[in-house]
Design a protein around this ligand. Structure first.
Ligand code: AR6
Length: 180
């Protein structure tokens, strides 16, 4: 058994569809109903199959009768996806009037915590809240990168941001390279 300090997590960027990734955990940008939607959520249920929805319905019938609160995370099976688990988290809706950054950071932190508790080594994240929920990509990327670098701990070795389009990818690239 090694007594050395754990290596820092490796952050990688990929342009593409998160449902095509081979990782231990795929994080879903869900809504508090946990019962599906558009964007990442729609793609995960479509490609992962009905087992994921069945697991979400069980969560709604037990621990999360009122839904999953914003900023929290919960794991289910990954169904037919090439992953061991899906971790569902609920991002905040962007607001000009109210600073909800801490809730967005909480999504990354709580998802990483759930993944680490499961023993995951590789975790794929989408850019949470930057689609239907309207969060500006540059600010969303800063919060994502900062929180992951601060919070990812063993056994997590790699956090992969899976960015859907060129704008998201270059924004994350700029934020990551600015951090050295
Ligand atoms: N793979 C990777 N990224 C994707 C994919 C994909 N397959 N599809 C979209 N994106 P969104 P939110 C990008 O809307 O803003 C749902 O209806 C997308 O371009 O999926 O957190 C839920 O049920 C954007 O940059 O999530 C909720 O109601 C980012 O992923 C609500 O949307 C997040 O976009 C959550 O909204």
């Amino acid at each position: 058994m090694s007594t050395s300090e754990p290596e820092a997590v490796t952050v990688t960027l990929v342009r593409g569809d998160i449902t095509r990734q081979s990782v231990d955990v795929i994080v879903n940008a869900a809504n508090s109903s946990l019962l599906g939607g558009g964007g990442v959520d729609g793609a995960i249920h479509r490609h992962g199959g009905p087992e994921i929805l069945a697991a979400c319905r069980e969560l709604r019938a037990s621990r999360y009768g009122k839904g999953l609160p914003t900023g929290r995370a919960v794991a289910t099976t990954a169904g037919r996806l090439d992953a061991r688990w899906v971790v569902h988290t609920v991002g905040p809706v962007w607001s000009r009037a109210e600073d909800r950054s801490e809730l967005l950071a909480s999504c990354y932190r709580e998802s990483l915590r759930a993944a680490a508790e499961l023993g995951a080594r590789t975790v794929a994240f989408p850019a949470i809240s930057t689609g239907v929920y309207g969060w500006p990509m540059d600010d969303g990327a800063r919060i994502a990168v900062r929180t992951v670098l601060a919070e990812a701990v063993a056994p997590i070795e790699e956090v992969r941001f899976v960015l859907f389009d060129a704008h998201a990818y270059t924004t994350f690239e700029e934020v990551l390279s600015a951090r050295g």
